[in-house]
Each structure stands twice: as structure tokens, then as C-alpha cells.
Design a protein around this ligand. Structure first.
Ligand SMILES: Cc1ncc(COP(=O)(O)O)c(C=O)c1O
Length: 484
């Protein structure tokens, strides 16, 4: 990559000219290059070093620089086929089968769209909504704390665990630091929880639709996600009870608040019921509370873990969503002996969360700017949600007929007309300049209908949203989606 420096310019020129030399042939000497390009010897040697780093040139001290032997003899053609065999495991029935780890469920929302493309597929706040200054200040203060680089307690800093306990327990709650394990964000917490609670090969109940990243974790841990339908009030308790009875599952993964992707909030009369159904089945309920700090205004109901004296609920929380994907600090909150299992799995897998990041988190959430930031996120998301639903009503009224406009979170979940080819629509939308997430990966089994998820978190504001929806509408027209 050329950053405009003189050695960068020279490296570009030499790169373009390399075809003139045969593989292995000596390039002109440094002195010749100095004269020819009118640059200093240092510039020449830095340019050659850059090309050497790219594998295009080989430099031999005292002998000069050579065009690298053709990449045909380089690492790209080395025969790595043996790995296909090595990566294949013997299944129980004696049949060899590839053990695939499918990351597509998470990479769609982690992908950085090409320049000029509007990111309606993003899962994190746009930089303009992130607390950049407060994060910088927190990190600087954290670095000055005594022992900032010492090993932290394996479960996390006590003060940070106490903060997470207060957040999860609600006012006057009964949770304390002993109920908390600090994790490297929500994804790591989900991995730890699913691996701790369900043995490989066992079923895990998941809402349908649900966050594909949770299903990806489950499958990578050898678990079988089993879908339980969600409606506008969250998971359906009758079907949850049926699913426990049919599968014997010991784990149910759910998002009671601003569910990803539907945005649903579990209705008040279902909150106690679903915890009781899980308890009656002798199962754990993993409560992924990822969006608690992304409400659009109204006070959300407390986490399920706050009202669960029996230890049924294993609560997952994370600070990445209201801050930055790089503040990878979250927590698992639970009661009872399960804490020991969670701690053991995490310490075996990854030891602990880096102390400087934990110290910075404490600085951040303790600063006066924190509540102000959360209010700004709430207002920013509300404004974006309104802009997106207004633009969709304008451009694609037919798709908005049944849409639930969420009161928290960062996405709209649109049902598409039967027969719509979601992948073709997403591809056409990307060509038109707006990245969207097709609905299929959100379902553990067959999808009942085609869907698309449009996220507004990673947008710069209302104008970009209006333009993004226009492009998406053009893609709907191109692929013949009936949107009237
Ligand atoms: C529902 C849900 N849970 C958990 C995560 C994981 O997020 P993180 O690891 O950044 O906390 C995501 C990310 O998109 C999510 O959508």
C-alpha cells in the first residue's frame, strides 16, 4: 500500500516494472536506481524492503536484489490437501465427515462494507455514536492505575464484578461480585455458557428466529440448535414447554429484551412463565441481555436473572454494543454451583480478560460522561429508527404493513413477499450500494418466510438512512419484489 511517501512511490514504480525481469533475475543495483529515480539510497533500500515484505523481491546482503522466483513455485502451490484429511474427524457411526466451523453467522455483521456502501448490516454503533473521547480518557486513566498490567483476579476485578452485579440485579438486588464472571464480551460469554451447560451432541433450544452467532457457537461446540418460535411478545411459552418435552434439552438460549432480529420484548406475563418452564424441565435459561443499554427511551424491564432465586437463569451482558466492538468486556451472571463450572471453562480456554481493559471499563462506567453517553446513544438510535421506518413507509409501503417498530435495539426485521429470493435481493442491494442481512441465517431450521434485517446502528444519520433505503428499494424493484 502506498501512503504517498517517496519510498512508497518508488515501490509502486518498481512493482509495475518487475515483469521486465525474469524470476530470479538480478534487479539494477541500488546506485543505478538512485541515479535513475533521483532519490536517496535510503529511499531505494526502503522501497526494496517493502517489495521484499510482499514476497516480490528477494534481497541478498552484499549481492543485491532479485525478482522473487515465480509465485508458481512459492507457498501458494504447496500441496496442502493433506489438511482436508486431517481436519476430518471420525463420526460415531464410523463414517468420516468434515467437522466444519461455520463463521458466516457472525462475519455478516462484522464485515466492513466496501467504501461508499451503506452498512444496513452492521451490529455495532457508528463511530459518530461511539464514546471515542470518553474511551480514550478512560484508557489513559486506566494505564496510570497502580498495577494496571498485573494479573487480575481470574474472575475479574472485584469492583467491576460488583458493578455488573448491580446492573443485573436491579435496585436492591441480591446479586454480588461472587455471582459475576468478567468475560471478553458477549460472544465469549455465550461460548463459555454453552460449553459449560450442554455436553457435545445435546440439543439446545433457541428462539426462532435468533442471533446467528449464538447458533454458530452452539454448532461449533457440537450442540444441536432446536427452534422455538417467537411472536411480537417474545418466545411462545406453550411451544417452549413442548420443545423441552420433545427434546429433553437442558438449555434454552433467549433474548428477552429487544430481541435480535425481531426487536421483540418478552411480555410481562411470559417473563415468569418461561423461567418456570425451564426450571420444571431441569434446564438452564441463558438470558442474552445484549441490548439493555440500547433502549430508545422507556425504562426496560429488569433482567430475568434479577428475579430468579433458583439459579435457572445464566445472564449474559456486554459493553461492546453501547460503546465500541473493541471494548470486549462483558459478564456472565448466575447463582449456584454453575458459577464454578463457568469459571473453570473460561480459565481453561483463555485464562482471564486483560486487566488494562477491565480497568478502563471501570474508569468509563464510573465517569460522569457515562450516563450522558447512554442518553445520547438512546436518542441517536431513536432518531435513526424513525428515519428508517419513515423512509421505508415512503419507498416500500407494502413491506411495512406488518412491521413491528422496536422500542430498543438497532434493527428492523422485514418480512418479504413469499417466493422472494433473499440472497438475490441482498446481492442486488449490495450492487446498488446498501449492504443488508438476509433472514435465512437467523433460523435454526427451515425459515417460515423470506426476511431481511435492516440495521440502523452503523449509519452516520438520517440522510444516509434515506439514501440507503432508496438503494434498497431500487434493488427490490430490480429483483421483482412486490413492495406496493
Ligand atoms: C444477540 C447478540 N448477542 C451477543 C452478541 C455478541 O456481541 P459482543 O461479543 O460484541 O458482546 C451479538 C453481536 O452481534 C448479538 O447480536
Amino acid at each position: 500500500m502506498n501512503d504517498g511517501s517517496s519510498f512508497g512511490n518508488l515501490a509502486d514504480t518498481l512493482r509495475d516494472e518487475l515483469y521486465r525481469y525474469s524470476p530470479g533475475e538480478k534487479l539494477p543495483s541500488s546506485r543505478v536506481l538512485v541515479d535513475r529515480f533521483g532519490v536517496s539510497p535510503v529511499t531505494v533500500s526502503r522501497a526494496l524492503a517493502a517489495l521484499a515484505a510482499e514476497g516480490l523481491v528477494v534481497t541478498r546482503p552484499g549481492a543485491g536484489a532479485y525478482r522473487a522466483r515465480s509465485s508458481a513455485t512459492g507457498p501458494r502451490t504447496v500441496d496442502t490437501s493433506w489438511q482436508q484429511v486431517a481436519l476430518t474427524v471420525e463420526e460415531q457411526h464410523g463414517e468420516p465427515a468434515p467437522r466444519v466451523v461455520d463463521a458466516s453467522g457472525v462475519t455478516t455483521s462484522l464485515a466492513v462494507p466496501p467504501p461508499g456502501v451503506i452498512a444496513f448490516n452492521g451490529g455495532y454503533l457508528h463511530s459518530s455514536l461511539q464514546p471515542g473521547q470518553a474511551l480514550g480518557a478512560a484508557l489513559a486513566r486506566a494505564a496510570r492505575r497502580p498495577g494496571a498490567w498485573d494479573m487480575p483476579p481470574l474472575e475479574g476485578l472485584t469492583a467491576l464484578r460488583a458493578w455488573f452485579a448491580r446492573e443485573a440485579g436491579g435496585p436492591g438486588g441480591t446479586l454480588g461480585p461472587a455471582n459475576v464472571l468478567v468475560t471478553a464480551g458477549g460472544q465469549a460469554a455465550l461460548t463459555t455458557a454453552l460449553r459449560a451447560l450442554a455436553p457435545p451432541g445435546s440439543p439446545v433450544l433457541v428462539e426462532s428466529p435468533t442471533y446467528p452467532g449464538a447458533m454458530a457457537v452452539a454448532r461449533a461446540a457440537g450442540l444441536r440448535p432446536v427452534p422455538v418460535p417467537v411472536d411480537e411478545d417474545g418466545v411462545r411459552p406453550d411451544l417452549l414447554a413442548d420443545a423441552f418435552a420433545a427434546t429433553g434439552a437442558r438449555v434454552f438460549f433467549c433474548q428477552p429484551l429487544f430481541q435480535n432480529p425481531t426487536g421483540a420484548v418478552l411480555a410481562a406475563d411470559r417473563r415468569r412463565r418461561i423461567t418456570e418452564i425451564a426450571r420444571a424441565a431441569g434446564a438452564f435459561l441463558i438470558e442474552d441481555d445484549f441490548a439493555r443499554r440500547l433502549g430508545h427511551g422507556a425504562e426496560p424491564p429488569p433482567p430475568l436473572v434479577a428475579d430468579d432465586p433458583y439459579g435457572t437463569v445464566v445472564h449474559v451482558t456486554s459493553l461492546t454494543k453501547p460503546t465500541s466492538p473493541s471494548l470486549r468486556v462483558g459478564a456472565l451472571v448466575a447463582r449456584g454451583p454453575v458459577m464454578e463450572r463457568l469459571r473453570a471453562i473460561q480459565v481453561v480456554d483463555s485464562f482471564f480478560v486483560p486487566r488494562p481493559l477491565q480497568e478502563a471499563t471501570l474508569e468509563l462506567v464510573g465517569a460522569p460522561a457515562w450516563p450522558r453517553h447512554l442518553r445520547a446513544v438512546s436518542a441517536g438510535l431513536r432518531e435513526r429508527r424513525d428515519a428508517m421506518s419513515a423512509a421505508l413507509h415512503r419507498e416500500l409501503p407494502g413491506l411495512m404493513a406488518e412491521v413491528h417498530v422496536p422500542i430498543g435495539g438497532y434493527q428492523l426485521w422485514l418480512r418479504l413477499p413469499d417466493g422472494t429470493d433473499e440472497s438475490a435481493l441482498a446481492a442486488a442491494s449490495l450492487r446498488a450500494g446498501t449492504a443488508v442481512a438476509p433472514g435465512r441465517p437467523y433460523f435454526a431450521a427451515e425459515a417460515p418466510a423470506p426476511y431481511v434485517r435492516l440495521s440502523f446502528a452503523d449509519t452516520s444519520g438520517t440522510e444516509e438512512i434515506a439514501e440507503g433505503v432508496r438503494r434498497f428499494a431500487a434493488a427490490c424493484a430490480e429483483t421483482g419484489v412486490d413492495t406496493a
